[in-house]
Design a protein around this ligand. Structure first.
Ligand code: PLP
Length: 401
């Protein structure tokens, strides 16, 4: 085969794989939004939709206060740093944000990353080696799985949210030097809240560290929004917290790891996504700082989010839909069958509600659903409009009587 033929075979192969994905209904098209992100968005086809599938928990993504805070930070600190942190990329605003995150979460110190994906990708390898054990929930986020892969520590996986199996794995890891239990604080597909009280008790019993990924919790879980550790009353018992600035805490991008000083200092010296990737833009650092100041002085947004969540959970069940029980603003509306979930989401789009259908392999076979995510920005009127659309689509598809 000539070189050009074998090159052509590469592209033909990719095109064939993409066709297969389309035929299997697994190809992910992207909706194009022509407005700001928010409770209501306008798509590029001009359609106005109530958005119920963003991680915009506190409603800040498109909020004017964020736009102004990011402009202010840009004016003061410029557009970007053209540097990693340790060469010439650390400004006062980055240090202030790290301090504010530490205080908000009740941790000693914090290191910023370009994304939570990087925080998780860069947390294990500098801290643990082949003498150590990482004990990880089976449904942990992809970035945790990838981060663990980059580290030489022995891996133990416990069945999702299964405390008996976690204990079995802790016993299996008994010979290891250091042990760390790793879990999402909240699991985004079901809105399941990790049992951190029990996890901390097991960690104490077996001398293990505890690490949580708070991407679906920071800013609104717990009485003052600190996260799952506040929700479960274990603040002070968690050793490492990773999180994102790209969901509740403003919605732009950026991630962090918070822990004791010696952990954070080690990451600053050795964590590859920190050492070899550019500094977070000052506009994001400044606007994120303003979010933490706002959340520290008032629980208003967090309270509104939980009120909206309670209303939606109550009313969608009253209509006759099955949801995964819980209290988190992720509300899986169960349709079980993949084609039904797709048709349901498509009909809701026509009726002015933006949701996405999830089905195998993203969720287990027979567990297809649309995942609703509530926001503090949703008005009661918008929620009632959305609920009416759910009822209409449900009746039309024969899901409701
Ligand atoms: C979204 C998410 C991430 C990735 O966050 P980014 O800041 O967007 O990279 C990591 N972990 C969990 C659990 C998430 O939900």
């Amino acid at each position: 085969m000539s070189t050009s033929n074998s090159k052509q075979a590469f592209f033909t192969g990719l095109a064939g794989n993409l066709d297969t994905l389309r035929q299997q209904g697994l190809y992910k098209p992207e909706r194009v939004i022509a407005s700001r992100q928010g409770a209501e968005v306008t798509c590029d086809d001009g359609r106005k939709l109530i958005n119920m599938c963003a991680n915009n928990y506190l409603g800040l993504s498109g909020d004017e206060s964020m736009v102004q805070a990011s402009i202010k930070a840009t004016e003061q600190f410029g557009y970007g740093l053209s540097s990693v942190r340790f060469i010439c990329g650390t400004q006062t605003v980055h240090k202030q944000l790290e301090t504010a995150i530490s205080e908000f979460l009740g941790m000693e110190d914090t290191i910023l990353y370009a994304a939570a994906f990087d925080a998780n990708g860069g947390v294990f390898e500098p801290l643990f080696d082949e003498q150590d054990a990482i004990i990880s929930d089976a449904l942990n986020h992809a970035s945790i799985i990838d981060g663990i892969r980059l580290c030489k520590a022995a891996r133990y996986r416990y069945a999702h949210n299964d405390m008996a199996d976690l204990e079995v794995q802790l016993q299996a890891a008994a010979g290891k030097r250091h042990k760390v239990i790793v879990t999402d604080g909240v699991f985004s597909m079901d809105g399941t809240i990790a049992q951190l009280d029990k996890i901390c008790d097991l960690a104490d019993k077996y001398g293990a560290l505890v690490m949580i990924d708070e991407c679906h919790a920071s800013g609104f879980m717990g009485a003052t929004g600190r996260g799952t550790h506040e929700h479960h009353n274990v603040m002070g018992r968690i050793d490492i917290i990773t999180g994102t600035l790209g969901k509740a805490l403003g919605g732009a991008m950026g991630g962090f790891t918070a822990a004791r000083k010696e952990v954070i200092d080690t990451l600053r010296q050795k964590s590859r996504p920190y050492l070899f990737s550019n500094t977070l833009a000052p506009s994001i650092a400044g606007a994120s700082l303003s979010v933490l100041q706002r959340l520290s002085s008032s629980t208003e947004l967090r309270d509104r989010l939980h009120a909206n969540t309670a209303l939606f959970r109550r009313e969608i069940e009253a209509l006759g839909f099955t949801i995964k029980p819980g209290t988190h603003p992720v509300v899986p509306v169960m349709l079980f069958d993949a084609p039904v979930a797709q048709k349901f989401a498509a009909r809701l789009y026509e009726l002015g509600v933006l949701v996405t259908g999830f089905f195998y392999p993203v969720v287990p076979m027979g567990q297809a659903r649309v995942r609703v995510q509530l926001s503090a920005a949703h008005s009661t009127e918008q929620l009632n409009t959305a609920l009416a659309a759910f009822a209409q689509a449900g009746r039309e598809l024969g899901l409701l009587k």
